[in-house]
Design a protein around this ligand. Structure first.
Ligand SMILES: *[C@@H]1O[C@H](CO)[C@@H](O)[C@H](O)[C@H]1NC(C)=O
Ligand SMILES: *[C@@H]1O[C@H](CO)[C@@H](O)[C@H](O)[C@H]1NC(C)=O
Ligand SMILES: *[C@@H]1O[C@H](CO)[C@@H](O)[C@H](O)[C@H]1NC(C)=O
Ligand SMILES: *[C@@H]1O[C@H](CO)[C@@H](O)[C@H](O)[C@H]1NC(C)=O
Length: 720
């Protein structure tokens, strides 16, 4: 019935083990009552008013010399925390007040224990967990204490015990046939660990020995041991877990050797443990991972070898494993360059199951794109990759090329200057990106696709050295207006201009850079460039004259038609709108999103050259634009570069000027590069009703509102 009472809720360290124990022992009755009942109650005074009780727990804390005995309790107590009182002498009388209680858990902390008789604990038959911490006691007296403890004890926890000499941990002698399954020792001097002195622990599953000055280790067989931790000790030899392939701990699943002084991992001393799933050996002095170190551990899924080195070398097939999923190699002073003294290009071959890799805080300043591909190109199942603080100067191309399943990319604290256009666009699972604290100067509209920004959960570009000039205008406006900005971590506080001097140190959000100013700047550049180009044009592009001549004739004819139309009070156009767009943009947005809505929902009659055009293109442009009420121009870089589009644009503009018709609706599909803002485009954009294609839902709404208003404006003749 009291199967679970050995648990001591309240101790943080021990609680971690609770899950393991719960799994194993939930069959006992009365469990719910024990675990659930104390929760809603308050602590009330008890035990000669020196203690507090709640449910089954009692604590008598910090009375120093005023509390020198264990009081009587009226309540049914199973856990007693006796901390910071004065109990220098423990004998068979000490616990008489609680022997009737079925006490399962006893904590004796800071209680100045000095002497202990062999029979002191004899009365506590139900004890399952015993914590003794922070007491100065001779090893003789400690042995006395433990020898009287019931054999049914499961959990023994000794911490900060200051003995007169190192302890040999010979528990066989004093705790024969003990049912201990969890032995935890910390800060208690044990220079030599000898497993054979624990051979009567037939049930032991967890042994943890922290900060206990272990220098040497001799192991012996235990079929029950599942979890072993020797951490923060000074030993330097890799313990001999295997002898000729025979395992001392055949069922070990978890091995932690952190913070010791080990210099090499000897695979032949490790690979006999076929059930090993986790291996931690951080903070040692490992500087070489040999070929196939882990290849014979079929259940291994986590290896953590961080804070080792210096100059760690990774040999070919170092991580060959058919099961490894998580690998942590940060801060090992590894130079990720090919070569015997550094990283063999095949070091990460044959560990294709790997899902999480951290190689942060190593050296990537000399790693070329090709080396990245060779070293990491086969890790196609990676979900999380961390290459932070490594002096990396660029975003390596192997990531978009091979890591199609990647969800998390961490690049903080490098020297990355530039995010390649569309770098992330095809990483459909990517959710978290950190490129904070790098040297990114600009982010443009094409850096991320809208689709990508919609899918990503968190993106951190904080603490970069942004150049707050016209190139960044789109990003600044985007951060000011788009709801997606919430996904940008640490915005706005840590998004700061690094240049120019006027804006240095200012938040991006505070920068006032209007589109008008930027356009004027383009204007100045463009006009100078254009004057030169124009000269060339007049000489070489005679070809164009044909269209213009044709146009001039058309305009002359039109003047007559216009006066005629005005006289008759307008005209019935054949089409509501003429769609002028370049072929490259046509499929994406225009044909699939705009056309169905304009034709289907709004019932407009559209003329679409790509769909409806036949015969000579120039003739078509001239005649069809003449019978369309509006001309919608979808501007983009490709548009400007296409000579038919260019013609359509200038034709429409000239119609606007000459016929005095408000016919143009300019839609900026993609922000134009400076060189593409030609004179005609500039003039078109200056006719003030141009509309931007939306990036997010807000601007999409705005787009539709504007375009609907523009098309519905029947009053298209500008009457003088
Ligand atoms: C016992 O009480 C002390 C002092 O309040 C507390 O720090 C400790 O966490 C409690 N529990 C255990 C298991 O030590
Ligand atoms: C038992 O408790 C009583 C009162 O609570 C106290 O006076 C007595 O000294 C205690 N006995 C021992 C052996 O500690
Ligand atoms: C404690 O032990 C002593 C001798 O070992 C014995 O005389 C005494 O009766 C014991 N007291 C109790 C309460 O068991
Ligand atoms: C990888 O490990 C397996 C299993 O130990 C082994 O058979 C294979 O030869 C190793 N591959 C290489 C390239 O060493």
């Amino acid at each position: 019935m009291l199967l679970l009472l050995f648990l001591c809720p309240g101790d943080a360290n021990y609680n971690k083990e609770k899950d393991i124990n719960l799994e194993k022992k939930t069959t006992g009755g009365g469990l719910e009552e024990f675990l659930v009942s104390p929760r809603k109650q308050n602590w009330t005074r008890c035990g000669d008013k020196m203690c507090q009780c709640k449910g089954y727990q009692a604590r008598c804390v910090n009375h120093g010399h005023h509390l020198t005995y264990i009081p009587r309790f009226k309540q049914k107590i199973t856990k007693l925390n006796f901390t910071g009182n004065y109990l220098p002498f423990i004998d068979n009388e000490t616990f008489t007040n609680i022997t009737e209680l079925k006490l399962a858990c006893l904590v004796l902390r800071n209680s100045s224990i000095q002497n202990c008789t062999r029979n002191a604990f004899n009365g506590l038959k139900s004890l399952r967990s015993l914590f003794i911490r922070n007491n100065t006691i001779s090893s003789m007296e400690l042995i006395n204490c433990l020898s009287g403890v019931t054999k049914d004890l499961n959990n023994l926890n000794l911490e900060f015990i200051y003995l007169d000499k190192p302890w040999d941990l010979d528990l066989d002698k004093i705790m024969t046939d003990s049912k201990i399954d969890n032995l935890h020792l910390r800060n208690i001097e044990i220079t030599h660990y000898n497993q054979s002195k624990l051979s009567t622990f037939k049930h032991v599953e967890i042994i943890r020995i922290y900060k206990s000055s272990i220098n040497t280790i001799t192991l012996d067989y235990s079929s029950t041991l599942k979890k072993l931790e020797f951490a923060h000790n000074p030993f330097s030899e890799f313990p001999t877990f295997c002898v000729n392939g025979y395992a001392y701990f055949p069922h070990l699943t978890y091995l932690n050797l952190r913070h010791n002084n080990i210099q090499s991992i000897k695979s032949e001393l490790l690979t006999c443990m076929k059930f090993l799933t986790q291996f931690h050996i951080d903070n040692n002095r490992i500087h070489l991972i040999e070929s196939n170190t882990f290849s014979n551990l079929p259940k291994l899924f986590l290896v953590s070898i961080s804070y080792n080195g210096p100059d760690m070398v990774l040999q070919e097939f170092a991580f060959n494993s058919s099961s490894l999923k998580e690998l942590y190699l940060y801060d090992n002073d590894i130079y990720f360059v090919n070569g015997k003294k550094h990283v063999n290009k095949d070091a990460f071959q044959y560990c294709t199951q790997l899902e999480e890799l951290s190689v942060s805080s190593n050296h990537f300043g000399f790693t070329t794109n090709q080396m990245f591909e060779e070293i990491f190109g086969t890790l196609v199942n990676l979900r999380s990759l961390s290459v932070a603080h490594g002096g990396l100067e660029f975003l390596p191309s192997f990531i978009p090329k091979y890591l199609k399943k990647i969800e998390k990319l961490l690049f903080s604290g490098n020297n990355i200057i530039h995010i390649q256009e569309g770098y992330f666009n095809n990483l459909n699972s990517l959710k978290i990106i950190e490129i904070n604290s790098n040297k990114i100067a600009t982010v443009k509209q094409n850096t991320f696709s809208l689709q990508f920004l919609k899918q990503v959960k968190s993106i951190d570009l904080s603490n970069n050295t942004f150049s707050c000039n016209c190139e960044l205008l789109w990003f600044i406006n985007f951060l000011k207006t788009s709801p997606i900005r919430k996904r940008f971590n640490h915005f706005p506080k840590e998004y700061i201009c690094g240049s120019p001097t006027v804006f240095k140190g200012k938040q991006l959000l505070q920068v006032r850079l209007s589109e008008r100013i930027c356009l004027t700047m383009y204007h100045i550049i463009i006009i100078t460039v254009l004057t030169e180009i124009l000269l060339l044009l007049t000489i070489s592009f005679v070809y164009r004259y044909r269209w213009h001549l044709r146009y001039i004739m058309y305009v002359a004819r039109f003047q007559r038609i216009r006066s005629h139309r005005l006289l008759n009070g307008g005209v019935n156009y054949k089409y509501d709108a003429y769609l002028s767009s370049c072929d490259a943009d046509f499929d994406d947005v225009i044909y699939h999103e705009l056309v169905p809505r304009l034709e289907g929902n709004m019932g407009l009659r559209l003329y679409i050259p790509q769909r409806d055009g036949q015969g000579n293109k120039i003739d078509q442009i001239i005649s069809k634009m003449g019978v369309s009420r509006k001309v919608i121009l979808f501007l983009s870089d490709k548009y400007v570069e296409d000579r038919y589009c260019e013609f359509e644009a200038s034709f429409a503009y000239n119609k606007y000027i000459n016929e005095k018709r408000d016919l143009m609706i300019a839609v900026v599909l993609k922000e134009l590069r400076a060189k593409n803002v030609t004179k005609t485009i500039l003039k078109i954009l200056a006719v003030d009703n141009n509309i931007k294609w939306g990036w997010d839902e807000e601007s999409l709404e705005l787009f539709w509102l504007k375009i609907t208003t523009a098309i519905n404006n029947m009053d298209d003749l500008i009457v003088e």
